[in-house]
Design a protein around this ligand. Structure first.
Ligand code: SIN
Ligand code: MN
Length: 221
């Protein structure tokens, strides 16, 4: 007899430093598909996806920005490294999604209703893409970062606030998962060491690669 509970066993959780939270299965497949459709729409302009250049080299991840355009060390309203167009604003539904994310992450419930992310970085990883250990430090606000993953799973490395080296925790972020880091972990180094091909669930909207959306409060005017 078909069961309503799916066939996925419970996933083991790993101990994370204070302020960091992993919420597996935050989004339904339908929500994931809807977000992938939005991702394709953002890619059609006004500012198309690009491989940001860091230290003169293109990253392996393609990126589109909402609210503020990210280049290393700088957040601007216009795509200064591309066509100079203003990036679209963060939509209201995405602000509410950020608020729901904080409600779902232990310890952030009280911040949820005041959370007003004004920047979203939407990254596409093909199956060979990676992201090196870095801090999200171009924002002035200490508000938490909300991260949502869709498509193939990845190995996510979450480290410490002092160095890009150990100690760190490796965990798998799967399609529909939420990860929040704020408070004492807001400035923790983190990165993506591997995308795991063939792991996107049917119906998530992607058959290859991975989309990650991070929501941030810049504290900029
Ligand atoms: C990021 O650090 O900006 C993205 C992290 C991820 O792709 O999970
Ligand atoms: Mn980051």
């Amino acid at each position: 007899m078909e069961s309503l509970f799916g066939d996925e066993p419970c996933r083991p959780t790993v101990a994370l430093p204070p302020g960091a939270h992993h919420v597996p299965g935050f989004l339904t497949l339908e929500q994931q598909r809807w977000l992938v459709d939005r991702f394709h729409a953002w890619g059609r302009g006004p500012v198309p996806p690009r491989y940001p250049r860091v230290g003169g080299h293109p990253m392996s991840v393609q990126s589109v920005c909402l609210g503020w355009h990210w280049t290393p060390g700088r957040l601007t309203r216009e795509a200064i490294d591309q066509n100079g167009e203003r990036v679209p604003p963060v939509p209201d539904w995405m602000v509410r999604l950020g608020q729901r994310a904080l409600l779902a992450a232990d310890g952030y419930e009280e911040l949820a209703s005041a959370y007003q992310p004004d920047c979203a970085l939407v990254n596409y990883y093909d199956d060979d893409a990676r992201m090196g250990m870095h801090q999200d430090k171009d924002e002035r606000s200490p508000a938490p970062v909300v991260s949502i993953s869709i498509g193939n799973s990845c190995r996510f490395r979450f480290g410490n606030t002092e160095t890009r080296n150990k100690p760190w925790v490796d965990l798998e972020l799967r399609s529909g998962d939420l990860f929040v880091f704020g408070g004492p972990s807001r400035m923790a180094f983190h990165g993506v060491t591997k995308v795991i091909p063939g792991t996107a669930p049917a119906g998530c909207g992607l058959t290859t690669g991975r989309v990650n959306i991070t929501l941030r409060v810049t504290g900029l005017a």
